[in-house]
Design a protein around this ligand. Structure first.
Ligand SMILES: C[S@@+](CC[C@H](N)C(=O)[O-])C[C@H]1O[C@@H](n2cnc3c(N)ncnc32)[C@H](O)[C@@H]1O
Length: 276
């Protein structure tokens, strides 16, 4: 299929990629995250959900920013690894809070091709208005439909050349029933050797019971529940690729360039691997 996104968040009509319904009365992952990062593109329901967690886990904002800095370091690292043809596909790209993947990538390599994919119409609208442009595309897609994403992007991403595939803070919104392993296997099949996978994911290991209980209470019945996985389960997501140094670690410990990075209660683990 030829990719021709004309700015309409749902260019494929009813048969298009899955998108969540816009509903300002229910929290959405992208808008909650925007609020936690200090953004303004969120509603009362998003703020209420985030505040309930921040009550027992006040370092939440700091953790979100540690994750954001991990993303920036990982993208710079990937561009250094995959050479001149910098292709970055950022799945679950989120609100384009600065610095976002596109900004970081194009700063390192102004020729980089960056595609952000998301299933939230608010993200698509903001992304289209703020970052879509020269070398950067924001397109609808649901991570649970990997084959469709691969084929929809084939007009802008050359899958026969190395790609950095970024899943920052998105796979913990994919349930076991939707099978993250199946999803990653499908993407791995499309990636040429030398391509890179970037994953960050919330873990429940080493996290206080009060925080885990509050997350279960707030997000257990949310339209898009947050799934806390163990370190082993997250490591398994890299199956079929070689985890690069320093492996899967707390995001603030992944090749830190700031001595103030510190460990906090709720943990997000991050790593980068290479397709052999
Ligand atoms: C916590 S935000 C992270 C955003 C961005 N990756 C970052 O680190 O700033 C999670 C993002 O994943 C998106 N998302 C959640 N489930 C998704 C799915 N099934 N398919 C595509 N995107 C999804 C949400 O809409 C949201 O933008």
């Amino acid at each position: 299929m030829t990719w021709e996104f004309d700015g309409n968040p749902a260019p494929y009509g009813a048969a298009g990629p899955k998108q969540i319904q816009f509903d300002p009365t229910k929290p959405s992952p992208a808008r909650v995250y925007d609020y936690v990062l200090g953004g303004k593109d969120n509603f009362a329901a998003d703020r209420a959900a985030a505040d309930q967690v921040l009550q027992v886990f006040p370092e939440g904002r700091e953790l979100a920013w540690a994750n954001r800095r991990f993303m920036a370091r990982a993208v710079r690292f990937c561009l250094g690894q995959i050479g001149h043809v910098g292709q970055i596909v950022d799945i679950g790209t989120g609100m384009p809070t600065s610095p976002n993947v596109a900004q970081v990538a194009r700063e390192v390599n102004p020729e980089a091709v960056v595609v952000g994919v998301d299933n939230d119409p608010v993200v698509l609208a903001h992304g289209r208005a703020l970052v879509d442009g020269e070398g950067v595309r924001i397109v609808p897609g649901d991570v649970r439909e990997p084959e469709r994403i691969i084929s929809d992007l084939s007009g802008i991403v050359d899958w026969s050349r190395p790609v950095a595939l970024v899943f920052v803070a998105v796979l913990h919104f994919v349930s076991d029933e939707d099978d993250p392993h199946r999803i990653l296997a499908a993407f791995r099949k499309a990636l040429t050797p030398g391509s890179l996978l970037v994953i960050s994911h919330v873990t429940k290991d080493g996290v206080s019971k009060a925080t885990v209980d509050r997350i279960d209470q707030v997000y257990g019945n949310a339209p898009v529940p947050l799934i806390l996985r163990t370190t082993e389960q997250i490591k398994d997501l890299f199956t079929g690729s070689d985890l690069l140094d320093p492996g899967l670690v707390d995001v603030h410990q992944w090749r830190p360039d700031d001595r103030f990075e510190r460990r906090i209660d709720l943990r997000i683990l991050g790593g980068v691997s290479r397709i052999p």
